[in-house]
Write a protein that binds this ligand. Structure first.
Ligand code: FES
Length: 145
């Protein structure tokens, strides 16, 4: 047995340290990215969710809530509230509400859905699924249809 096998070299230790650091950094970046791209994989949470601060929302504004562990966008219109799944029907990215365009926009492949969740442009094969909205005693609740 040589001396270097008994005692690791400084170079070997630094290579090991850099490898560990690179692995930890890669994992720390990959986990949030995967959670953003595949939110439908997360489950759990309540199926009947109160939209906090809904009464303070102006027409055209939106809030995102978790219903049954899935992201749902609640939009206030002049006629009340509507809610749609925030999960794009193409590959599952999170869509965002654009109050100026009055559309749900998917950043992954530039898809657009109208205010009723119907596909306007892009590759999604289906509209955004709607959610049930109930207003009870000034509070707004969202649940699956
Ligand atoms: S994932 Fe939304 S358009 Fe592709």
């Amino acid at each position: 047995m040589t001396n270097t096998e008994k005692h690791p070299t400084r170079r070997g230790f630094l290579d090991w340290l850099i490898g560990i650091g690179t692995s930890v950094t890669g994992l720390a970046m990959a986990v949030p990215a995967l959670m953003y791209l595949w939110p439908a994989a997360r489950t759990g949470g309540s199926d009947n969710v109160e939209v906090e601060g809904a009464s303070d929302m102006a027409p055209g504004q939106s809030k995102t809530v978790q219903v049954g562990g899935k992201a749902v966008i609640v939009v206030r219109s002049h006629g009340g509230f509507e809610a749609y799944s925030a999960i794009c029907t193409h590959l599952g990215c999170l869509v965002q509400w654009d109050g100026t365009k009055r559309q749900f926009l998917c950043p992954c492949h530039a898809a657009a859905f109208d205010a009723q969740g119907r596909v306007v442009s892009g590759p999604p094969p289906a509209p955004l699924p709607p959610y049930r909205v109930k207003e009870v005693a000034g509070k707004v609740y969202v649940s699956p249809t």
